[in-house]
Design a protein. Structure first.
Length: 367
């Protein structure tokens, strides 16, 4: 994994002595939790076709994730953006996505723990699409947030809380829209709305969240730099109290940005993780990054250790004439792929390093 500015401290906006839920003399000297974020989980029609396993007569996605899964083993929670609905029939790719529920099953088996479900494709299959997706995720015991069967579920489950040791991490998720498809009556898709975002961040703080992470589906597709709206929203979220902002939707990697308030680093924004898996093959779209984020809590403050891991989506046409898909992490690429796609994966990794290293900036949240 690439190391990128490994440590920064976030002081909480309230003192630990003010929190009735934990006593100072019972706090361990140090506690930690390890999160791993991956980008857009796409399902185009060739991917669905490639996942069909003739031998067992069902969809099998385990081979897609076999090379990346070992990198998740040390993480306590692996989190991704599910950019498709789920069903047991009538599957389809772009422009209205619906994938076999086996995709979620095999993501779970490979190590995924939490999925965000609100993005521009949430309403692709209407009310049944939202309902079925939630049903399958619940059945598979995959935690999720972003789309809800009704307003009561939205109020009760947003934020989603990640609890471990001293940590009570609030995970919030928002999307800019649903491709012009109306949200079905009664159901809820968590949308970008600064009024509600501020209220929900404040709700998390009042609910004694130790840390607040916001996932944003935003930006312009295929642009490797964030636009002014992304920057404005990122600054707004950090002013409201978000520690970490994780972006998706552009389908390409965008830079990281530290947020500064006075002399303190108060937050981090990853503008876009790019594609975790998809059928897109143009330059910059044929992979993404994973963010390994270790939170270390000590004396009422959280210290972060961050690394990024580039992954390339290998799309060979195999001996049976069917294209298949494999997420290949950068450290394994040369050994696994050799000369296959060498020019393409080397270009992707080079592009990604350039985007991360040259365009990562600091932003004063007071401006």
């Amino acid at each position: 994994m690439k190391k990128f500015v490994l440590y920064f401290l976030l002081a909480l906006p309230f003192s630990i002595a003010a929190q009735p839920w934990i006593a100072r003399d019972t706090i361990p000297q140090q506690d930690s939790v390890h999160l791993f974020f991956v980008g857009d989980i796409m399902q185009h029609e060739p991917q669905i076709k490639g996942a069909w396993d003739q031998t067992i007569q069902e969809y099998n996605y385990i081979p897609c994730f076999q090379y990346i899964a070992p990198y998740w083993q040390k993480a306590d929670f692996v989190i991704g953006n599910l950019e498709t609905t789920l069903s047991n029939k009538n599957f389809s790719g772009y422009p209205q996505f619906c994938a076999p529920w086996h995709l979620a099953r095999d993501l779970k088996r490979s190590g995924i723990d939490i999925l965000t479900t609100n993005n521009n494709h949430s309403c692709d299959k209407g009310a049944n699409g939202i309902r079925n997706t939630i049903y399958y995720l619940d059945s598979l015991n995959i935690r999720h947030t972003g789309t809800f069967t009704d307003s009561n579920a939205w109020k009760a489950q947003h934020p989603l809380y990640i609890r471990q040791g001293q940590f009570k991490i609030a995970l919030l998720s928002y999307t800019y829209g649903t491709n012009g498809i109306p949200v079905p009556p009664g159901q809820v898709v968590s949308m970008t709305d600064t009024f509600h975002m501020a209220r929900e961040i404040e709700k998390a703080r009042l609910d004694t969240a130790t840390n607040i992470i916001v996932c944003m589906h935003w930006g312009i597709e295929y642009e490797t730099r964030p636009n002014m709206e992304q920057k404005r929203l990122a600054a707004f979220l950090h002013r409201c109290g978000a520690d970490i902002v994780i972006g998706s939707h552009p389908h390409v990697v965008q830079p990281l940005e530290y947020h500064i308030e006075g002399k303190d680093t108060t937050g981090l924004t990853v503008y876009s993780l790019g594609n975790f898996i998809s059928n897109q093959s143009k330059r910059y779209t044929n992979g993404g990054i994973g963010i390994s984020l270790k939170l270390i809590r000590e004396h009422g403050k959280t210290r972060y250790q961050m690394h990024y891991l580039s992954n390339y989506v290998y799309r060979p046409i195999e001996s049976d004439g069917i294209r298949r898909y494999y997420v290949v992490p950068e450290p394994e690429a040369t050994q696994l792929l050799g000369e296959n796609d060498k020019e393409l994966y080397q270009q992707f990794f080079k592009d990604t390093d350039k985007i991360i290293n040259q365009a990562s900036l600091k932003l004063d949240v007071n401006k």
